[in-house]
Design a protein around this ligand. Sequence first.
Ligand code: SAM
Ligand code: SF4
Length: 319
Amino acid sequence: MIDKYGRTISYLRISLTDKCNLRCRYCMPPGTVEKKPHSDIISEEEIISCVKAAVNLGIKKIRLTGGEPLIKKNIINIVKKIKSVQGVEELCLTTNGVLLSKLARDLKSAGLDRINISIDSLNEEKYKYITGGGNIKDVLEGIDVAYKTGFKKIKLNVVLIGGFNDDEIEDFANMTIDRDIDVRFIELMPMYDSGDFDKNAFIPYTVVLDKLKNRNLEVIEKDGGVAKLYKIPNAKGNIGLISPVNNHFCSECNRIRLTADGKIKPCLHSSDEINIKGLDDIQMKKKLEEAIYKKPEKHDELSYTSRSKAHRNMNQIGG
Ligand code: SAM
Ligand code: SF4
């Protein structure tokens, strides 16, 4: 479906749960985690009905996210069911990778096409700090197993945090040399509550280019995603820069989002939400159309002092 501003909407992101096995400080800061009653969470049947309605309206790509999608009981079955909906051309998943070494092969057999894995530091102690207790070995093992399992393209997501991981930019970039893995740096977004980060944590994507200025980066054509792409000469993978704060990509936005409590969000940074819980297939399709129709041209400017109007933290939206 084409929205009011001429954008073709072809991508649905589904947050399967707002729960997580980590506590990243910018996503689920201490004291902000509310427990939703089970009855508020969207059912598997409703998710499939939403996917069918979305495909009917021209959506071709689905991404499963969370919270952490791999803690969802029945995740393998959910992947299988979504992939078998006619019209779903690509099924992707974003994960913190902690459970990936156990699940990667089954996910692939169930029909999952692509995986993005989040990792904000390569240092054991820093990783533990930023994730509220995570063990980096689990994620590195998850990346290895997923790579060997043969997913189309593994992408690593690194949230850029000034004073925390800007000294690791080159180490991350070097991860693209030997394996066909992309590393994407994402600007930290000032959500409703992004923890105890001060102004200096919110650094622009251009810092990455500055830090890599001696590496003769080549510009690569975009792959249909929102990242600007570069490559270290002869590297197998790419370096991506995602700049939702300093150079937003609203004019190219092709997505809508379904939250774990059954709300469609036409825009990540707006408080507009449309409930689809408890609806039948026909009503579901109407509501999706309404959501696409309501997509704003762009979101308000984001900055440390002008925070997202989403009224939710990222674990409740899915990124
Ligand atoms: N748990 C999974 C994971 O961490 O990949 C999926 C959900 S997580 C909300 C999706 C993505 O959003 C992750 O890459 C995470 O780093 C990113 N994210 C969360 N809060 C963010 C923020 N305030 N700014 C930028 N990215 C954020
Ligand atoms: Fe969990 Fe992902 Fe949020 Fe980290 S970013 S707390 S792993 S949902």
